[in-house]
Design a protein around this ligand. Structure first.
Ligand code: 5GP
Ligand code: MG
Length: 179
């Protein structure tokens, strides 16, 4: 199949097999710390593929989380963050008194996770732990505790495995860098 003009070649950074292999380890780390009943809140859209794989790995680790979603925006359609995080649509309901695992694709400046964490605490969650597939610690501007990290990466702009550039590349089974 030919590559559409709109999508350039993507050089794999984290292969499909490495992503799959990491899921059960990550789920085991989470299962060891989280109470048996918790709500997984995934940030849309970028975390949707990760959240789907992590949810099934959590099931294999003996957890049975409730699943909720929350949509934020911080990047617009470019590669440079606007620095302004907004909530699109409703805040997740039914969090009062419950422990929450907040799941995102990438911890970059930390603004999105910090904002989402505040929303969830304002919703009455009893505790919030944070899980990011990718952590870019060198990019942090706003401090936020990232309790569970899939992979620590350098300051590179990545796509794939649910993560887009202008709505492209989400379908790639690996995380990579656009050439
Ligand atoms: P933060 O609020 O931490 O600066 O940004 C986190 C969000 O920015 C991520 O959830 C993701 O949507 C976006 N982001 C951060 N780094 C990258 C990247 O390398 N590639 C893409 N496509 N999005 C990124
Ligand atoms: Mg995001």
């Amino acid at each position: 199949m030919s590559t559409p003009e709109s999508e350039r070649r993507v050089v794999p950074l984290i292969e499909e097999a490495a992503l799959a292999a990491r899921m059960d380890g990550l789920a085991a780390e989470i299962a060891a710390v989280m109470p048996a009943e918790f709500t997984l809140v995934a940030l849309l859209k970028g975390a949707f593929v990760f959240a789907a794989d992590l949810t099934r790995a959590l099931g294999r680790a003996g957890c049975h989380p409730r699943v909720e979603f929350m949509q934020l925006s911080s990047y617009g359609s470019g590669t440079v963050s606007s620095g302004v995080v907004q909530l699109h649509g409703p805040a997740p309901e039914g969090l009062a008194g419950r422990p929450v695992l907040l799941v995102d694709d990438i911890a970059d400046s930390g603004r999105s996770l910090s904002f989402a964490r505040r929303q969830i605490l304002d919703g009455g969650a009893s505790e919030v732990r944070v899980c990011a597939l990718l952590d870019k610690p060198s990019r942090r501007v706003v401090p936020v505790p990232v309790d569970f990290v899939g992979f620590t990466v350098e300051d590179v702009f990545v796509v794939g495995y649910g993560i887009d550039y202008a709505e492209h590349y989400r379908q790639l089974p690996f995380v990579g860098v656009v050439e």
